[in-house]
Design a protein around this ligand. Structure first.
Ligand SMILES: O=C(CO)COP(=O)(O)O
Length: 136
C-alpha cells in the first residue's frame, strides 16, 4: 500500500516513536511524507520515504494531489489541534480530499494504531480492487 506520513511540529516526536514501534509493518509498504516529517523519521529508522516539500511550502498540497489521483491508500497525519498553522487552508484541503475519495485517515496516534493493525491483518485489500478498476 502507499502510505503518507505527516506530523505538525509538536507531534513529530510522537510520529517518530510511532514509526519506530511499527517499523516492521511500515517497511513492507511504500511511504511518502512532507519534508521535515520524512527527514525526522528517516533519521531514527531504516525506512525509505519519498519526501515532498515541507507542509507550509506546499507539501500538504502535493500529498493532496496524490489523493486526488487515488494514489494513496492510507494517510497518517498527526495534527496539532492547539497551534495555529500558517497553511491551515492546505491542511483542511488535504483532510477534505480524504473524505472526497474515502481514503482512510488517522489524525491521532490512537486511530493510527488501529489502522496500522488493520493494514497488517489485510483489511486494506479493498484498495487493491479500487486500483484494479481505476484505470479502466
Ligand atoms: O506542516 C505540515 C503538515 O501540515 C508538516 O510539514 P513538515 O513535515 O515539513 O513539517
Amino acid at each position: 500500500m502507499k502510505i503518507a506520513l505527516i506530523a505538525h511540529d509538536k507531534k513529530k516526536i510522537e510520529m517518530v516513536n510511532f514509526m519506530i514501534a511499527y517499523e516492521p509493518i511500515f517497511k513492507k509498504h511504500e511511504l511518502f511524507s512532507t519534508g521535515t516529517t520524512g527527514t525526522k523519521i528517516m533519521e531514527q529508522t531504516n525506512l525509505k520515504i519519498q519526501r515532498f516539500m515541507s507542509g507550509p511550502l506546499g507539501g500538504d498540497q502535493q500529498i493532496g494531489a496524490m489523493i486526488a489521483e487515488n494514489e494513496l491508500d492510507l494517510i497518517i497525519f498527526f495534527r496539532d489541534p492547539l497551534t495555529a498553522q500558517p497553511h491551515e487552508p492546505d491542511v483542511s484541503a488535504l483532510l477534505r480530499l480524504c473524505d472526497v475519495y474515502s481514503i482512510p485517515l488517522a489524525t491521532n496516534v490512537a486511530t493510527a494504531e488501529i489502522l496500522v493493525r488493520a493494514l497488517e491483518k489485510g483489511d486494506f485489500a479493498w484498495r487493491d480492487v479500487i486500483h484494479k478498476y481505476k484505470n479502466k
